[in-house]
Design a protein around this ligand. Sequence first.
Ligand code: ZN
Ligand code: ZN
Length: 400
Amino acid sequence: MIKTYQYNDNIQLSEHFNSKEFRCKCGKPHEYKVSETLVNNLEVLFGKLDCSKIIVTSGYRCVQHDKNVGGSGSGQHVEGTASDICCYDKDGKPIDSRLVCCKAQDIGFKGIANINMSYQYTHVDMRQNGKWYGDEVVSYSTVTDDFYKYFHIERDEEKEDDDMSGALNGIDISYCQTKVDWNKVTSDFVIARAGYGKVASQKDNMFESHYAGAKSRGIPIGAYWYSYATSEAEAEQEADVCLEILKGKQFEYPIFYDVEEKRQFDLGKEKVSAIIRAFLSKVEAAGYWVGLYMSASPLKDFVEDDIRNRYAIWVANTGVSKPSYSGAYGVWQYKVGTAPGVTGDVDLDYCYVDYPSAIKANGLNGFSKDDTKPAPTTDKDTIDVEIKFNGKTYKGTLEA
Ligand SMILES: [Zn+2]
Ligand SMILES: [Zn+2]
């Protein structure tokens, strides 16, 4: 998703990047565009390179500025999908661009280039069509399909940190994922966007297809509803529309309320919490295991404790080794990447809670209680969550 920002916007897009870092450097105070996927991938790069900071030397460019700096006026910078960066290590020294190119390649940036002789500046972009790996010192055309080989850098054998033992691997999908080959999907679970807002026609275009696909393979599925509500009344209308769309289906994973609009956060913690409560309590009363999807930072700032303690929490925090949210959570959206069976980029998630057993045992989400044996998790009021990662063990407790 590419978002447009006003010149004076000063919005924290992720842990280490603010919107204003990407604005056009032509000097005119005009709006600018930034790709969310670009920022997510920059965060991953930040972690992979163990950076102290990444400076964006050029982000969005208007057509005129792009031409002024030697571009065609229609490239990735003009789209908001590129940035030129200088990465700094923990000692504050610039990291060699040759290494940055290699790591950017690992992460899946499609356009990557060393920019100049100093090997301190790197261009990265999220182009959709084809691949462009360049070394502008040598040539503007593609110079390689593997930077490791090209720069004679050895791949480090350090274990990929994507595979956390004990956690289930899942994906969340929406109208953005129009091509899913369900026979090739290997995910342990799927969370599909059911729709958005408060009007009945606002069902996600791909929801039926995604639901049918997951069911055809027996892959446990949950759903989320994207909110635009700015009042409790609107949240209840959203709940009604959402319930209408969920009707007759069975979900092994919770129904999450997706709250991420700036105009909602502008209302403040008390109001945001009231909106969330209005939606979740209504959907819960209709027999669903419900939860909240939110980025780590607003989850800390705009959600009152009763919500965080009572409902399933799905925290979004990409490019970090552990979410910056310190409360308990059941699902973590940790990366934008690729997954077997899905064409294009997709959000990747870990799950630490056995929702299917708990949901079926309680006869929720379209399941009937008589169908299933009780699961051990329902014997307790809380579920202990233990996350092993990078040799450390993180423990938390979720209310059942
Ligand atoms: Zn400009
Ligand atoms: Zn560039």
